[in-house]
Design a protein around this ligand. Sequence first.
Ligand code: PEP
Ligand code: MN
Length: 341
Amino acid sequence: MIIVLRPNATDEDIQKVIDKLKEFNYGAHISRGETRTVIGAIGEKRMEEKILIMEQIEVFPFVEKVIPILTSYKLTLRDLKPEGTKIYINDIEIGGNTVVIMAGPCAVESKEQLRETAKFVKEKGAKILRGGVFKPRTSPYSFQGLGIDGLKILYEVKEEFQIPVITEIMDPRDLEKALDYIDIVQIGARNMQNFTLLKEVGQIRKPVLLKRGPSATLEEFLFAAEYILLGGNNEVILCERGIRSFSDFSRNTLDLAIVPALKEKTHLPVFVDPSHGTGSYKLVPSMSKAAVACGADGLIIEVHPNPEKALSDGPQSLNFPAFESLMKDLINISKAIGKNI
Ligand code: PEP
Ligand code: MN
């Protein structure tokens, strides 16, 4: 780390920093400039200790700023795995040359609704079926999902159509039983910084799709993933799903630039959710295509047999003809960038 002192820092102040560094067994490299002194801390420390010492130095009134040299996240860094993480669910490879499409309703409403959707989306090339059973609704009066009954429906449909399923888990108490029914655990945007939940999914051995929080920076997003990796679960898929901004024409602002930015920084696969990212079925096809074109490893798209009758997120759900037509375009775009679907 580099410690920049304020212009009026005295020799005594410099000594205080040196002493503090010594306390933590760090050496100090002093560089006196025309107007200010910069101190380089020399040594290798565990992350926890590094953060602590940075904080203890930052509180000195004569310190202007403390700059970490290396980012403080480490398990997610691409340098650690330059070839990228590949996650396998049966014969489906995530993070490789195939763009993996997850599709299905926002919420599981009935077995018939899910069967119909599974059959259709699988036929058109989706590899994974989505369906929420524990729904994080803004209003407590909105449909909250079918809970355990929904998990059973997911499992039955998964078996019938031989398609892996993903669902959101909000409460660590539901995690263990849900694992018997599902293939991928989704951590929703609202829970990206639910550290208890992140630690819990760090302990399991099933892939986790981690949504970006509505106001999370790239760094906060990676730290959230770091919690899961630190627990020993290396199968994390990051998912951009739109952030809150001043722009109000869409439900959220889909930050597609984070896709190449994340691909550069981390070895984890990156997905995009154009449904929550826009809130409108009219915008979903264009944003899906743009996401694949800019390097997303896959998409998670809401599809409903009758969006006008959906119990949640109807306005952003594609109907069957719209999904079919989108898949045709996605196949062409994937080909153009040397991938397949
Ligand atoms: C969802 O996928 O149904 C969902 C609630 O997504 P998000 O957490 O991104 O809002
Ligand atoms: Mn939804």
